[in-house]
Design a protein around this ligand. Structure first.
Ligand code: ADP
Ligand code: MG
Length: 737
C-alpha cells in the first residue's frame, strides 16, 4: 500500500515502534549527585545565607518558620538579593505564580528590564514587586465576585513557599509563589483558603496542647505527602484521539481482551522509555526542591505513580502543582502524553491523589504517632478523635471538596466505590477504641489504663501492613491518615483546607469538653479520657472497616446517616448549606460571598466540562465512528452480493453473513437515533435557566445519553475491520510504548 493509503492509526503504530529512548546528556553518565543539585533552582536557606546580610537572613528565616507575613522593612533588601540570584541563574523575567480557581497554576511574566535616568537599560526588581503584583486577571473565574469593570485582583508573595527558577527553552523565569486576592481581600485562588485553614488549625492545636500541659510548642502544621497517579501514552496515539485532546478521557473505546485482570502491571518492572521519562522528570523536580521519593507502575496498564517525601501542607501543595507541570512538560520531550484525568480509560483503574496527612508540632513531633509513654498516648488519642470528629461532622464538605466531573467516574459510578466518606482505622486501633467505648478500666488511674489499652504497642503492629484496607477513602496508616478520594488532576489545597478546618473545629470542641469537666473539679487526665470516650461514641458511624466497594455498604451507610453524594452537583450543593456557611465563617476559612462565588465557579466548571465532552462525543461519533461503520456496511454488502453472483442459489449459506449485515445496519440506525437523543438532552440542559439545574441535567440526562452512544460505538469497534478503524484502540494506547 502507498503511504497515503495506510490508515493514520497504523502510521501512528509504526511511529511508536520506531521510537528511541531519550537519553539526556549529563544525566545518563550519572551527572552530579542529587544531594548536590537538590533545590539548586530555589532561593532556599543556602542561597539566602549567601546573598542576604545576616540580620535580614535571620528575620526572613523567622518569618517563614513562624508562618508570618514578610516585614516590609526588609523587602527591598530581599528583593535585591533575589534579583541578583535570579540573574545569575539566567532569568530575564519574573512572575507571581499562583493557583487560580481554574485548577491550574497561573503566571504572568514581567521583565526585570527598565531604564535608569540616563536611559540605560538596567535590570531592576523592588521590594514591592516581590511582595505584590497586579495581574490583569479579569478573566479568571471568580464566580461573579469581581466583575471586570470593578477593582482588579492582586497577587501577594507567600514567603512560606520558596521562590524558584523555572527553566525555559531559551531562558529562565523567576517564579514567586503567591496568593491571589481581590482588593476587598476576598480569596480568588485555592491557596488562600489553605493558608487560612493552617492558621486556624495551628491556633486550635496549640491551645489543646497547652491544655494538655505542653507549653513549649508554639506552632502546629499539617504535613502532607500527596501520591500522584497518572497515565502516560504515546503522543502519536493521543494526537489521533480528539476525545483525549479535548477532555482528557476516552469517550469511546472498546475494552481490550487484556486489561488489568492479570495484575501484572502493579509494581512491575518499568519499561525503558518510561523510566527515562521518570528520571528526567525527577531531575527537574530535584532542582526545584521537590523531594520526589518513590516511583512505580500502578494497577492499570500505562498507569504510574510518583510520591514525594512529605512537607508542610502549603509547600506540598505548591510542589504538587510543580510535579504535575513538570511531568507534563517532560513527557512531551519523550513523545509521551501525560493524562492526569481521573478516568482516562473505562474498565481499568482511575487515578487519584492519595493525600497522606498528619500534624507536626514545632518540637518536631508527629501528633498522630502513637508514643511510648501514657502521656504521649493520651495526646495521640485526643488528636486521633479530633480527626474522627472532623471527618464525621464535615463528611459532606470533604466530598464536595473533591467534586469535579472527572472524579465522578472514580467515585460513585458503576465501576467505582460509592462516594461515601468513611474512615478506616485498622483492627488494633478499632479494638482500642471499642474498649474505650465500653469504659474498660475506667476506675483505674489514667496512666495505667493507657498502658493496658496498649496504644504504645500500635507502632509495632502498624509496621505489619496486612490489615490495610485499600478500598477506604480515608484510612489511618500507622502515624498519618491517607485521604484517598482526592482527584488526580486537582489542586490539593481546597480538600486539605477543609480537612484542616474540620479538625480545627473538632479540636475546639474537644477543648471545651475537657475544660468543662475540669472546671467541675475533674482531674485533667480523667477529663481528657472522658472527652475522648464521648468522641469515640459519637463518631462511631464514620468508622468502617469493611469493603467500601461492596453494595451492602451503601445500605449500611444510609442506616448510619452518612451522606452518599453520588454526583458532583449534589456534592457541591453541600458547600452552600447554612450549616456549611456557618462552619466556613467560624473557622475563618471562607466568607459567605467567597463560598457562594466558589460554588458558582465549580458548578460552572462542571457544566462546561460535560458540555465539551458532549460536543466532542457527537463529533467523534459522526465524523469518525459512523464513516467507519458505513464503510464496513458497504464491504459486507458488496461481499455478500459478490458471493451471491458467484454462487447462485446458495441463499442458506449466506444467511449468517446477511444477518451480520443486518445487525450492523441496525447498530448504525441505533447510533443515529441515540445521537439524536443525546442532542436533545444536551440542548435541553443548556437551555435551562439556572446553573444548578444545568449541572443536574448534565449529570442526570446528558451523561447517561453519552453512555448510550458510547455503547453502540464500542460494539462497532469490535465489528469493523481493524484497518478501517480510525481511532487508536485501548490495546494500543495502554500497551504499546
Ligand atoms: P506507606 O507505604 O505506609 O503509605 P510511606 O512511608 O511510603 O508510607 O509514605 C507514603 C507517603 O506518605 C509519602 O509521600 C510520605 O512522605 C508520606 N508521609 C509519611 N509520613 C507522613 C506524615 N507524618 N505526614 C504526612 N505525610 C507523611
Ligand atoms: Mg497509590
Amino acid at each position: 500500500m502507498a503511504q497515503s493509503q495506510v490508515s493514520p492509526r497504523f502510521r501512528a503504530l509504526e511511529e511508536v515502534r520506531r521510537r528511541a529512548i531519550r537519553v539526556v546528556p549529563g544525566l545518563a553518565e550519572g551527572g552530579s549527585r542529587v544531594a548536590e543539585h537538590f533545590g539548586s533552582n530555589t532561593f532556599d536557606a543556602r542561597a539566602m545565607r549567601e546573598k542576604l546580610p545576616r540580620p535580614v537572613f535571620k528575620k526572613l528565616q523567622e518569618t517563614t518558620r513562624r508562618g508570618e507575613k514578610l516585614d516590609r522593612t526588609i523587602a527591598d533588601t530581599v528583593a535585591h538579593a533575589v534579583k541578583e540570584w535570579a540573574l545569575e541563574k539566567g532569568c530575564s523575567h519574573f512572575c507571581h505564580w499562583f493557583q487560580p480557581q481554574t485548577g491550574l497554576t497561573a503566571e504572568k511574566h514581567d521583565a526585570f528590564l527598565t531604564f535608569d535616568d540616563d536611559a540605560q537599560a538596567i535590570e531592576r526588581f523592588s521590594g514591592s514587586q516581590l511582595i505584590q503584583s497586579e495581574p490583569d486577571a479579569s478573566s479568571f473565574p471568580s464566580g461573579g465576585m469581581r466583575t471586570t469593570f470593578e477593582a482588579r485582583g492582586y497577587t501577594a508573595w507567600d514567603p512560606s513557599s520558596p521562590v524558584f527558577v523555572m527553566e525555559g527553552p531559551n531562558g529562565n523565569t523567576l517564579c514567586i509563589p503567591s496568593v491571589f486576592l481581590s482588593y476587598y481581600g476576598q480569596a480568588l485562588d485555592n491557596k488562600t483558603p489553605l493558608l487560612r485553614s493552617m492558621e486556624v488549625l495551628n491556633r486550635r492545636a496549640v491551645e489543646v496542647l497547652k491544655l494538655l500541659g505542653h507549653d513549649k510548642v508554639y506552632r502546629v502544621v499539617p504535613t502532607l505527602g500527596p501520591e500522584q497517579e497518572y497515565f502516560l501514552i504515546d503522543r502519536a496515539f493521543y494526537d489521533l484521539r480528539p476525545d483525549l485532546v479535548a477532555t482528557g478521557r476516552t469517550l469511546v473505546g472498546a475494552r481490550p481482551a487484556k486489561g488489568q485482570q492479570l495484575e501484572d502491571h502493579y509494581f512491575g518492572s518499568i519499561k525503558g522509555r518510561i523510566l527515562a521519562f521518570m528520571q528526567e522528570a525527577e531531575h527537574e523536580l530535584y532542582k526545584l526542591g521537590v523531594p520526589v521519593k518513590t516511583r512505580h507502575n500502578e494497577v492499570s496498564p500505562a498507569q504510574y505513580e510518583s510520591a514525594p517525601i512529605f512537607e508542610e501542607a502549603n509547600v506540598a501543595s505548591d510542589h504538587n502543582q510543580l510535579v504535575m507541570e513538570i511531568l507534563r512538560s517532560v513527557a512531551r520531550r519523550h513523545d509521551l502524553t501525560l493524562l492526569l484525568h481521573e478516568k482516562p480509560f473505562a474498565g481499568v483503574n482511575g487515578s487519584g491523589k492519595h493525600n497522606n496527612w498528619s500534624l507536626a508540632d514545632s518540637e518536631g513531633n508527629n501528633l498522630l504517632e502513637p508514643g511510648k509513654t501514657p502521656d504521649q498516648n493520651l495526646q495521640f488519642l485526643v488528636f486521633l478523635v479530633a480527626v474522627l470528629k472532623g471527618v464525621h461532622k464535615r463528611a459532606g464538605l470533604l466530598r464536595s471538596a473533591i467534586a469535579i466531573s472527572g472524579n465522578d467516574h472514580r467515585l460513585g459510578a458503576n465501576e467505582a466505590p460509592p462516594a461515601i466518606i468513611s474512615v478506616f482505622l485498622g483492627e488494633q486501633l478499632t479494638d482500642i477504641l471499642d474498649r474505650i467505648e465500653k469504659g474498660e478500666g475506667a476506675n483505674q488511674p489514667t496512666s495505667e489504663r493507657l498502658i493496658q489499652l496498649g496504644v504504645s504497642k500500635l507502632p509495632e503492629v502498624n509496621r505489619d501492613y496486612t490489615d490495610r484496607n485499600r478500598t477506604s477513602p480515608f484510612a489511618f496508616t500507622g502515624n498519618k491518615f491517607e485521604f484517598r478520594a482526592v482527584p488526580s488532576s486537582a489542586v490539593i489545597s481546597v480538600p486539605i483546607a477543609i480537612l484542616n478546618a474540620a479538625v480545627a473545629e473538632a479540636l475546639e470542641e474537644l477543648k471545651t469538653a475537657i475544660e468543662q469537666r475540669k472546671t467541675k473539679g475533674m482531674p485533667l487526665e480523667k477529663a481528657v479520657m472522658e472527652a475522648v470516650r464521648e468522641a469515640v461514641v459519637a463518631t462511631k458511624p464514620i468508622r468502617y472497616e469493611g469493603n467500601n466497594y461492596a453494595a451492602e455498604w451503601v445500605l449500611e451507610a444510609e442506616r448510619r446517616k452518612l451522606p452518599n453524594l453520588r454526583k458532583a452537583p449534589e456534592a457541591l450543593a453541600q458547600t452552600v448549606t447554612p450549616e456549611s456557611k456557618a462552619f466556613f465563617a467560624r473557622t475563618g476559612l471562607l466568607r459567605e460571598e467567597e463560598v457562594e462565588a466558589r460554588y458558582h465557579v465549580m458548578l460552572e466548571r462542571y457544566v462546561k466540562d460535560i458540555e465539551i465532552e458532549y460536543d466532542v462525543l457527537k463529533n467523534v461519533a459522526r465524523t469518525l465512528v459512523l464513516p467507519a461503520a458505513f464503510a464496513h456496511q458497504e464491504t459486507l454488502g458488496r461481499s455478500i452480493a459478490a458471493a451471491e453472483a458467484a454462487l447462485p442459489g446458495s441463499g442458506d449459506l449466506l444467511a449468517p453473513q446477511k444477518s451480520d449485515l443486518k445487525e450492523h445496519a441496525r447498530d448504525i440506525a441505533t447510533l443515529a437515533e441515540r445521537l439524536k437523543k443525546l442532542e436533545r438532552a444536551g440542548s435541553g440542559a443548556l437551555a435551562l435557566d439556572s446553573i444548578e439545574r444545568k449541572a443536574r441535567a448534565m449529570a442526570d440526562e446528558v451523561l447517561p445519553a453519552m453512555e448510550m452512544v458510547r455503547e453502540v460505538c464500542d460494539r462497532m469497534e469490535e465489528n469493523v475491520a481493524d484497518d478501517a478503524w480510525p481511532l487508536p484502540k485501548y490495546r494500543e494506547m495502554l500497551f504499546v510504548v
